[in-house]
Design a protein around this ligand. Structure first.
Ligand code: ATP
Length: 234
């Protein structure tokens, strides 16, 4: 579904991502894990068109999409939930959800999706007319995922869904991601820690210093010593 080859990207003179090659197959859950500053967000931003790669190639469903504009990528179903969620805190839950679907013309399907996300996340139904900024961190993450679903993703990319959340809440977020994957949604998830990857991912990449230093199925990566050596670089 997604083929990334030799992707290099950065900010001015700083190269944050160096010759990274990764792939995601239809229906998979793939993790990218690495320490602070490894280039994980830069990778996702490059895929979402928010950072223009210096070199390399991205193919999505067979088409070349490198350096396309964010709105073109969105239209093809490449949807990013950025780090920090980026919901509209002063708007209601309902407004947040309907705004996410403004470019869609299939009004009936939008209504079905609105019902679906409120069934998946009952708190969003309960707080539908409430201000989104009053939701807890975990509820805001659920709203961010719901907003992404309203954009009809084929590949959903999530930057650190666990950020700032308590372990129990993270479990709930991952349970909903698993449910979405069971329904056919492909996921590319970035995390700083390997904790949740074993429960949901089929494959993972370890990124350090902007480079892929280890990759494999989660079975292959189940040896903690090997994982640690790649993560910390010793
Ligand atoms: P974290 O887990 O801390 O979010 P990360 O793996 O997502 O880290 P990136 O955010 O991709 O890493 O950052 C990679 C490198 O690029 C870091 O050295 C960072 O300081 C730098 N960087 C990130 N964003 C910018 C920016 N907008 N301008 C300049 N440098 C940046």
């Amino acid at each position: 579904m997604l083929e990334i080859s030799g992707l290099t990207a950065g900010y001015g003179r700083l190269t944050a991502l160096r010759e990274a090659s990764l792939s995601v197959a239809e229906g998979e859950v793939v993790f990218v894990v690495g320490p602070n500053g490894a280039g994980k967000s830069t990778l996702l931003k490059s895929l979402a068109g928010l950072v223009k790669p210096v070199s390399g190639e991205v193919r999505f469903r067979g088409s070349q999409v490198t350096r396309q504009q964010p709105e073109q990528l969105c239209r093809q179903g490449l949807i990013l939930i950025p780090e920090g969620r980026h919901i509209f805190g002063s708007l209601t839950v309902q407004e947040n959800l309907t705004l996410a679907a403004t470019t869609r013309r299939d009004r009936k399907a939008v209504q079905e999706d609105l019902d679906f996300v409120q069934t998946l996340f009952p708190i969003l139904r309960a707080r539908y007319k409430g201000v989104a900024g009053h939701l807890s961190g975990g509820e805001q993450q659920q709203l961010a995922i719901a907003r992404a679903i309203l954009q009809k993703p084929s590949l959903l990319m999530i930057d650190e869904p666990s950020l700032g959340l308590a372990p129990l809440v993270i479990d709930q977020v991952y349970e909903s991601l698993r449910e979405l994957n069971n329904r056919g949604l492909t996921l590319l998830i970035v995390e700083q820690s390997t904790g949740w990857m074993m429960n949901i991912a089929s494959r993972a990449y370890i990124l350090r210093g902007g480079q892929v230093v280890l990759e494999g199925s989660t079975d292959e990566l189940s040896d903690p010593e090997r994982l640690e050596a790649a993560y910390f670089g010793h």
